[in-house]
Design a protein around this ligand. Structure first.
Ligand SMILES: CSCC[C@H](NC(C)=O)C(=O)N[C@@H](C)C(=O)N[C@@H](CO)C(=O)O
Length: 645
């Protein structure tokens, strides 16, 4: 047996986005591996035959092939591939053969859906009419996005594409983006998400429908918050979608909604669950390629979806009269994507011991159908986390996990690393976390928790951090560390802390408010909530919402009172600062301010700048950069690891 190391990353395999064929006999899915020599990810489409159990590569996957979808008659398979340099739509016969490229948009395609008559509707950004200079003229607040870059002037529109390669024929126009197309069962209408108001500060998308005969666009549902992933019911009477009615606030549950295509009446079907739809559990051992939408059963009476509950992600179903049922049995599972066909569910499931593999479930019988990571993991010392709970000062129950070094002995004392997740409205959970396994295999106990502000414990819990960054969320964390540090096998003289984004904010806040840590690594972090409002791609609304309406003019004092930079002169803990140079979410200026302050104040600090990387370095950055990042984290802690008690 050998330890999990930073280099193990190169050998991990990530499966997801299962899609049933219309006859239910085949399942295609996306398998992503890392090409270490070329320092890149390769995603190929594989096909599992339920009769024979054969699992074969369906595309070469020399680039990234993703979003596979069967045509409604099952004769074609469409997918998006980057093999031509940008993400374009391809189609091939399901019997095999050469894929044909159907689109050639300069900025690629964003999403697509099949139409009934083997046509496709594509959401893609219109090509710039004429080559412009490289000078950017900006006149809207939403002019760039982390991981995407600068949006440019041309909006995203809908286009009709034929499988014979003719087209694309533009369907929508105007100075508005349209995304997430879904086609009515009769093929006469396309519903889509768009925001068509001029107001650029508080933007809440709505659901529209375009009539393909007349070209007329109707407002189907006036959004009052988030709206995404619309899907027509098979009888055409309903459109299901994910959303909420709380503006741009990310501190609420996104729910499963339906809107009647007849009356326009819209209602949430999942509110009684009090959990967010979709997967809110983060990990670095996942290569996300799927768009997880609601899935109707064939009689238009039930809808399948995933939701996050206390560190797990399950498949649920709900009827139009709001009867909710948990479909995947048990717990300790994170379902990242799924498909449904005639009572059978195919899903990609992560566990604390493995990145996602595919499973088939019928009548509660579960069959694992892929084992891509099994040969590797048979030779690795994988640590299995232990769930733990803490009582916050105000009585709130805080959930967490302890990951102990392989070969752990309760007679020894171990150094401990506190890992803090970002968001803050995300979650840790019962998934495989490579970074944590590396630390455990390096001899550290890893403590990771879901303090208030985390998703999966009800909306009141999520909103527990609103307007109070560095307040009770900090207390939840420091109390958890205090409780664990009292355990006989924890070396309380060797405590370490790290976290990213909001988790980096909290790392900065912690070292400015306590000296219990021997060293810290702050990643893609925030040190100044005031400057972030103007420099982050989301700061002008996210920061204001998260600080409960505080804004840079009226509330400067409050905003700076919750900014770690104000307390930099209290820091004594050595801090390594890891940041990506193209981070539009928490821009490099946050890291530079923090580094400059600590350096000027004589604190041991290092700023590690990753070129050509963005906010998602730890999740889908260049593989070699990800390994180097992990080496920096482990190396910094080892450097300050004092004599063990
Ligand atoms: C655009 S959604 C709202 C902001 C977003 N929140 C979540 C829950 O992701 C976000 O990017 N927040 C950052 C400040 C952050 O902490 N991001 C986390 C989670 O993605 C990270 O680990 O990078």
């Amino acid at each position: 047996m050998r330890p999990i190391t930073t280099q193990t990353l190169f050998s991990l395999q990530f499966s997801g986005d299962p899609q049933f064929s219309p006859d239910g006999q085949s399942i295609v899915y996306v398998k992503t591996t890392i090409n270490q020599e070329e320092n890149k990810y390769q995603s190929q489409i594989c096909k599992y035959d339920r009769k024979t159990g054969r699992d074969i590569p369906f595309t070469q996957g020399l680039a990234q092939d993703k979003l596979p979808k069967f045509s409604q008659d099952g004769s074609y398979l469409a997918f998006v591939s980057t093999r031509s340099g940008t993400p374009q739509l391809f189609v091939m016969l399901t019997d095999g053969g050469e894929p044909k490229q159907l689109t050639f948009f300069k900025k690629g395609v964003k999403s697509y859906s099949w139409m009934p008559n083997n046509q496709l509707v594509v959401a893609a950004r219109k090509d710039d009419a004429n080559e412009k200079s490289d000078v950017r003229v900006v006149n809207t607040l939403r002019y760039r996005g982390n991981g995407y870059g600068f949006y440019g002037d041309e909006p995203i529109h809908l286009w009709l594409v034929q499988v014979d390669g003719s087209g694309p024929q533009q369907i929508t126009d105007g100075n508005f983006d349209e995304t997430d197309p879904t086609v009515s069962p009769d093929g006469k209408k396309i519903a889509f998400v768009s925001w068509r108001e001029e107001n650029q500060v508080e933007v809440t998308p709505s659901l529209y429908t375009v009539d393909l005969d007349t070209g007329l666009i109707d407002l189907t549902y006036q959004g009052k918050g988030s709206v995404s992933h619309p899907v027509y019911s098979p009888n055409g009477k309903w459109i299901a979608f994910f959303g909420h009615e709380h503006g741009e606030d990310s501190g609420y549950n996104t729910e499963l909604w339906v809107v009647s295509t007849g009356s326009g009446e819209a209602r949430s079907l999942s509110r009684s669950l009090d959990r967010p739809v979709g997967n809110q559990v983060g990990t670095d051992a996942r290569y996300e390629t799927a768009e997880v939408s609601p899935i109707w059963d064939m009689d238009s009476q039930k809808i399948y979806f995933t939701a996050t509950h206390e560190g797990d992600v399950y498949v649920y179903s709900v009827t139009l009269d709001e009867k909710i049922q948990k479909e995947t049995p048990g717990d300790t599972q994170v379902v990242t994507s799924f498909s449904y066909h005639s009572g059978v569910i195919a899903y990609a499931k992560e566990t604390p011991a493995s990145p996602a593999e595919l499973y088939l479930q019928q009548n509660k019988e579960i069959q694992q159908i892929t084992y891509h990571n099994t040969p590797l993991f048979k030779s690795l010392t994988v640590s299995v986390p232990e769930r733990t709970k803490f009582q916050a000062r105000d009585g709130l129950e805080i959930n967490g996990w302890l990951l102990k070094p392989p070969g752990f002995s309760s007679d020894q004392r171990y150094p401990l690393v506190l890992e803090i997740h970002g968001g803050p409205h995300s979650s840790y959970g019962n998934t495989f976390l490579h970074e944590f396994q590396v630390l455990a295999n390096s001899g550290y106990i890893v403590l990771y928790t879901n303090p208030r502000g985390s998703h999966g414990y009800g909306e009141a819990f999520v909103r527990g951090s609103i307007g109070d960054w560095g307040g009770k969320d900090y207390e939840d964390l420091i109390d958890a560390v205090d409780a664990v540090a009292r355990l006989p096998y924890v070396d309380r003289n060797n405590l370490f802390v790290t976290g990213g984004s909001y988790g980096g904010y909290m790392t900065n806040w912690m070292v400015a408010h306590t000296h219990i840590f021997k060293a810290a690594v702050t990643q893609r972090s925030i040190c100044n909530l005031h400057s972030m409002i103007g420099t982050s791609d989301i700061g002008f609304w996210f920061n204001v919402k998260e600080l409960d309406g505080a804004d840079i003019w009226e509330d400067e004092e409050f905003i700076l009172s919750r900014s770690p930079i104000r307390y930099a002169n209290r820091v004594q803990t050595p801090v390594k600062i890891i940041h990506s140079e193209e981070d539009f979410r928490c821009p490099m200026e946050q890291a530079e301010q923090w580094f400059t302050a600590l350096k000027r104040l004589g604190v041991e600090t290092e700023l590690v700048r990753f070129p050509n990387e963005n906010h998602d370095l730890s999740r889908n950055g260049q593989p070699e950069h990800r390994v180097e990042r992990l080496d920096h984290i482990v190396g910094w802690f080892n450097q300050y690891l004092g004599n063990k008690e």
